[in-house]
Design a protein around this ligand. Sequence first.
Ligand code: HPA
Length: 246
Amino acid sequence: MSKYAIIGGTGLTQLEGLTIRDALFIDTPYGPTSADILRGEYAGQEVLFLARHGHPHRIPPHQVNYRANLWALRHAGAHSILAINAVGGVTANMPTGHFCIPDQIIDYTSGRQHTLYDGDLDHVTHVDFSYPYDEALRRRLIAAVAACGYNCTNQGVYGCTQGPRLETAAEIVRMERDGCNIVGMTGMPETVLARELGLSYACLSLVVNPAAGKSSGVITMTQIEAALNDGMAKVKVILARMLKQA
Ligand code: HPA
């Protein structure tokens, strides 16, 4: 049984170094996953890998079928999910190139299919979500990043916006007042669906731009792509370190 599943986000639609054994097409009650789930070996561990936005990258954050993705990963045998996300830096301690392993999340999305407890159920279920990330998994990720020597903040609040547009400067001011440190578009409902499915889940966020209004200019794809190239190479090193420790 595969222990770890990696969900690769923007800039990580494939995991070089993964020795692929199978590409699993899994039929889910919620429709298709973003891509086939790849099962193989990475850093000596059996892992599952799923490209959140498809491979090639074609599914925008608000159209990702999060329910199918999480359901299928569990069906394929995952019990721990390592989610990789590119984010904007909201607070001054989150410069471009920095890593953050958030310990909290605020959901600003709307209209997404955000629960598996829907439809004809014989009882109403409210999962506890006080602490959205799995602390033991977070600790292992923190140890791996530290061992690699990369700059990382080991806690923070991830604010998840609807996208696909980026935020206004005023929205970022509000999010900072709310306590957000980083902003992204894919943390929710992925994080809560993992909880509903009983999967442990932690997130490794890479800051790829200053959030709206936090630099002198506007946000460009060129700047984001440069940060992604550099940062995702480090993400692969971190994942290898983490899996070797497992
Ligand atoms: N906002 C939202 N999502 C993002 C950003 C951002 O600035 N950068 C990368 N993902």
